[in-house]
Design a protein around this ligand. Structure first.
Ligand code: AMP
Length: 478
């Protein structure tokens, strides 16, 4: 099956091509035609299976570009995931000029309000802040046609269910609802059907990737010997890129500090950090600027990072589902990964639950011997001292040939998108197809110029006026 076989417009196919999505994955093959037909869906599919694009592609296809009010709402449990889904949708919708925005807590409300006032086709957000915008009337719902719950089991769980139900009570009845998750316990599946109309279930066999692509091992260890074991295991395994999961923020702090003392290139992420810090850490880790990320479960779900070679459960999670989410950060996109778990006496029950949940026993390993550690040390030290190879950025693939221009005038000068389009298309050789997303703020405007015509437009706009006004223009910094 090829993407060309679906009823997808050329702009979407072109973006998929640039992103290197040559063929639909299994979940995309099953979901895309159903979603395009407006069918409610409950989709159970492993993370890393191409789940985001499975809903991202039909969403981008279906939005009506002319309509300025939001048409799609995607709810996610974490802010990192909201941001990532927004990025993925922006990439897929790049040539159709689909505008997606992410809204979540601990981020200036006014900034998001401004975003929502602009043309905005898709809103991706965490429940609390989405509800806040709905209740204050800053998120208009009249045109909403589609709701997606990503990581649906988490969204319908105790912590979120009240907020999600309240959001649902505000949404137009006539809409498509899609639920996506790697794990979907039965009671939650039953609950979810209350919000949907004769949903179809799509299930993609999951254990394949869990064992085929990931090598699972465990070490029995005493609590006080965990860090020494971590050190030995990282030396002998010598990972290129590794996430170390802990159960508490305190533990994350402690492990990061100790690794730092040993000069590991490491950083940390947990819910107690400011959102800006969380994003910059994730971005740096995604780019491969450091090798070891110490994290709580905020980094467990859905987060898509290329080539994580090792996941270490420094603390075993008490939730069997969490094991699946955590180890799912590795073994992605056809790569092999290793999942290593530290098991203390107190974790034995958890281990039994996890093994029964995943349906196989995790192989036990002996701790690396002194000799093994000594032998592995030179290679480990060399890697530690070398600069990691930076990973490629997906957005750069679709952004090739796009230049963002800044103009020093916006709403306060009564400028509208229409005025900019008029002036820019008056440049010989430039048409409406060369203009991407236009973002007009109070005192400034940002416009994406496509198809490699940025330099031409930049040069020409230095001499032209917009609605009779002379504006400063330069290449935008971001
Ligand atoms: P997800 O399950 O959404 O976390 O996606 C897993 C990874 O697969 C992401 O890095 C996607 O960019 C990538 N991906 C999604 N769809 C395709 C496709 N059709 N072909 C190749 N890679 C894909």
């Amino acid at each position: 099956m090829e993407f060309e076989n679906y009823k997808l417009s050329n702009e979407i196919i072109e973006a998929l091509d640039k992103l290197g999505y040559l063929k639909p994955t299994e979940v995309q093959e099953k979901v895309i035609p159903e979603a395009l037909a407006g069918q409610d869906l409950v989709v159970k599919s492993q993370t890393g299976s191409g789940k985001t694009a499975a809903f991202g592609i039909p969403i981008c296809e279906m939005v009506d570009w002319e309509e300025n009010k939001p048409q799609v709402l995607v709810l996610t449990p974490t802010r990192e995931l909201a941001d990532q889904v927004k990025e993925d949708i922006t990439n897929i919708g790049r040539f159709k000029r689909v505008r997606a925005t992410a809204i979540y807590g601990k981020h200036p409300f006014r900034f998001q309000q401004e975003e929502l006032r602009q043309k905005c086709h898709v809103v991706v957000g965490t429940p609390g802040r989405v509800l806040d915008h709905i209740e204050r009337g800053t998120f208009k719902l009249e045109k909403l046609q589609c709701l997606v719950l990503d990581e649906a089991d988490e969204m319908l769980n105790m912590g979120f269910i009240d907020q999600v139900e309240e959001i649902l009570s505000y949404l137009p009845r006539k809409r498509t609802t899609m639920l996506f998750s790697a794990t979907l316990p039965e009671d939650i599946e039953r609950l979810s059907r209350r919000y949907m109309q004769q949903p179809k279930s799509i299930e993609i066999a999951s254990t394949v990737t869990l064992t085929d692509r990931i090598d699972h091992t465990l070490y029995h260890v005493k609590n006080e010997e965990k860090f020494a074991l971590l050190r030995d295991v990282t030396i002998t395994q010598n990972p290129d890129s590794c996430i170390i999961f802990c159960n508490t923020q305190k533990q994350v702090d402690e492990v990061t500090d100790k690794l730092d003392e040993l000069h590991y290139t490491c950083d940390q992420i947990h819910g107690g950090m400011t959102q800006d810090d969380r994003f910059s850490v994730m971005d740096e880790f995604k780019r491969g600027e450091f090798r070891y990320l110490v994290a709580t479960d905020v980094a467990a779900r859905g987060i898509d990072i290329d080539n994580i070679t090792h996941v270490i459960n420094y603390d075993l999670s008490s939730e069997p589902e969490s094991y699946v989410h955590r180890v799912g950060r590795t073994g992605r996109a056809g790569n092999k990964g290793k999942a290593i778990s530290f098991v203390t006496q107190r974790d034995r029950h958890n281990l039994a639950d996890i093994e029964s949940y995943i349906g196989f026993n995790i192989a036990e390993q002996k701790a690396p011997s002194k000799e093994e550690v000594t032998l592995a040390m030179p290679a480990f030290t060399t890697k530690l001292e070398s600069v990691p190879k930076f990973k490629k950025d997906k957005a750069a693939l679709v952004n090739e040939g796009i230049m963002k221009l800044y103009f020093n005038g916006g709403k306060k000068k009564k400028l509208r998108a229409f005025d900019f389009v008029g002036t820019i298309t008056s440049i010989p050789g430039v048409t409406g197809d060369d203009i991407g997303i236009i973002k007009i703020q109070d005192t400034e405007t940002y416009i994406d110029i496509l198809n490699g015509k940025g330099s031409l437009v930049l040069a020409e706009m230095k001499t032209k006026t917009v609605k009779g006004k002379k504006l400063k223009v330069h290449k935008a910094k971001r």
